[in-house]
Design a protein around this ligand. Structure first.
Ligand SMILES: NC(=O)c1ccc[n+]([C@@H]2O[C@H](COP(=O)([O-])OP(=O)(O)OC[C@H]3O[C@@H](n4cnc5c(N)ncnc54)[C@H](O)[C@@H]3O)[C@@H](O)[C@H]2O)c1
Length: 321
C-alpha cells in the first residue's frame, strides 16, 4: 500500500484514477483548485462517492507555501501530477495562464517533492507535443519539430523539467503522453462530449476543416491502466510513454459513430480549420506495451456506446458519476 498525491484529482482523468487507487488499497490525497474552466460542480460530483475516503486539499499548485507544506507533511511515496490548464484552443487566448499553471505549477511540485524526499513523480503530458511531426504512428523516439499551441509548449516544458529533476536529483520521473481521452465523465469541452450534447439536442455541430483531421481516441479505463503500469515501472529514472489506442479516426468518422450511437443525425455547421489543431494524432504504443504491460482494450466502436449510455444517464440525474 502506498500514499499517493494526485494533483487535479477532481478532474476527469484524476477522479477515475483516484477511485482505482482506492480500490487497490492505496491512500490518496487530492490537490485541486476546482477552478471554473468547466463547472466546478462537475468536479465536486466526480469525487462525491469517495470524499470520505480521501484527503481533499483545495488549492493551487502554483502556491509555493501550500505545495511545500503538503509535500513536507504528506509522507507521499508518489505524486501523480495531472493538474493543468487543459485544452489547445483556450491556450491560444490565455497563454500566460497556461504557462503559469502548467510550467510554474509543475516546477513547484517537482521542487517540493525533491525537498520532501518524495522521489517518484508521474506527469500527464500530451500527444500535442508531437505538433507537426509527420512520421505516424508517433514514437517516443521522434525528434519533436515544433509544437502548435501554448498548451503543447507547456506540456513539452513539463517533460523537460521532469527530465531535469530525474537527472540532477535522482528522482524517478515518468511522463505519459495521453492521446485524446474519453469515456464517462469526459470534460464537457472535448469534442466527443460537446458533439454528443449538440446532436442529442438537435443543435448545430461546428465542424472545423473538411473532417479529415485524425485523432487517436483513448478510453479512460485504458488510460488509468496505463497510469498504473507506469506507477509500477522500475526501468530508467526518466522515461516517456505514449498512452493511446493506436487507431486513428477522422472527424467525419467520429461524427458518424456518434450519430449511430445516439440514433440521431448531426446538423453540421462548417468552419475553416482552427489554428493550433494538429492534423493527425496516432500513438505508437509498442514501448508502453513492452515496458508497462499496457494493453488497451476498448476501441472507439465499443467506447462510444458506453459514453453515450453514461451521458444519457447523467443528464437525467444531474451531475453524477
Ligand atoms: N483529457 C485528455 O484528452 C487529455 C489528453 C492529453 C493530456 N491530458 C492531460 O491530462 C491531465 C488531466 O486532464 P483532464 O482531461 O482530466 O482535465 P480536467 O480539467 O478534467 O482535470 C484537471 C484538473 O486539474 C485542476 N487544476 C487545474 N489547474 C489547477 C491549479 N492551478 N491548481 C490545482 N488544480 C488545478 C482542475 O480543477 C481539474 O480538476 C491534464 O494535465 C491534461 O493536460 C488530458
Amino acid at each position: 500500500m502506498s500514499r499517493f498525491l494526485v494533483t487535479g484529482g477532481a478532474g476527469f482523468i484524476g477522479s477515475h484514477l483516484v477511485k482505482r487507487l482506492l480500490a487497490e488499497g492505496h491512500t490518496v490525497s487530492v490537490l485541486d483548485d476546482f477552478n471554473d474552466f468547466y463547472d466546478p460542480a462537475i468536479k465536486r460530483a466526480n469525487l462525491a462517492s469517495v470524499s470520505e475516503k480521501i484527503q481533499i486539499v483545495e488549492g493551487n499548485i502554483c502556491d509555493r507555501d501550500l505545495v511545500e507544506s503538503l509535500l513536507k507533511h504528506g509522507g507521499f511515496d508518489t505524486v501523480v501530477h495531472l493538474a493543468a490548464r487543459a485544452g489547445v484552443r483556450p491556450s491560444i487566448d490565455f497563454p500566460e495562464l497556461y504557462l503559469q499553471t502548467n510550467v510554474i505549477g509543475t516546477f513547484r511540485l517537482l521542487e517540493a517533492a525533491r525537498q520532501a524526499g518524495c522521489n517518484h513523480f508521474l506527469f500527464a503530458s500530451s500527444s500535442s507535443v508531437y505538433g507537426l511531426a509527420e512520421a505516424v504512428p508517433f514514437s517516443e523516439k521522434l525528434p519533436l519539430p515544433q509544437t502548435l499551441s501554448p498548451y503543447a509548449a507547456t506540456k513539452l516544458s513539463g517533460e523537460h523539467l521532469c527530465g531535469n529533476y530525474a537527472n540532477l536529483h535522482g528522482m524517478r520521473a515518468v511522463c505519459l503522453r495521453f492521446f485524446t481521452v474519453y469515456g464517462p465523465g469526459q470534460r464537457p469541452d472535448l469534442a466527443i462530449h460537446k458533439f454528443t450534447d449538440l446532436i442529442e439536442n438537435g443543435k448545430p455541430v461546428p465542424k472545423f476543416g473538411d473532417g479529415n483531421t485524425r485523432r487517436d481516441y483513448t478510453y479512460i479505463d485504458d488510460i488509468v491502466s496505463g497510469i498504473l503500469g507506469a506507477i509500477a515501472y522500475r526501468g530508467k529514472n526518466f522515461d516517456i510513454f505514449n498512452l493511446g489506442e493506436s487507431e486513428t479516426t477522422t472527424l467525419n468518422e467520429l461524427i458518424a459513430t456518434l450519430e449511430n450511437a445516439l440514433g440521431k443525425k448531426a446538423v453540421i455547421q462548417q468552419f475553416p480549420e482552427q489554428k493550433g489543431d494538429m492534423p493527425r494524432t496516432c500513438a505508437d504504443i509498442t514501448k508502453a506495451r513492452e515496458l508497462l504491460g499496457y494493453a488497451p482494450a476498448t476501441p472507439l466502436s465499443a467506447g462510444i456506446p458506453k459514453f453515450v449510455e453514461w451521458y444519457r444517464g447523467n443528464k437525467k440525474g444531474g451531475h453524477q458519476e
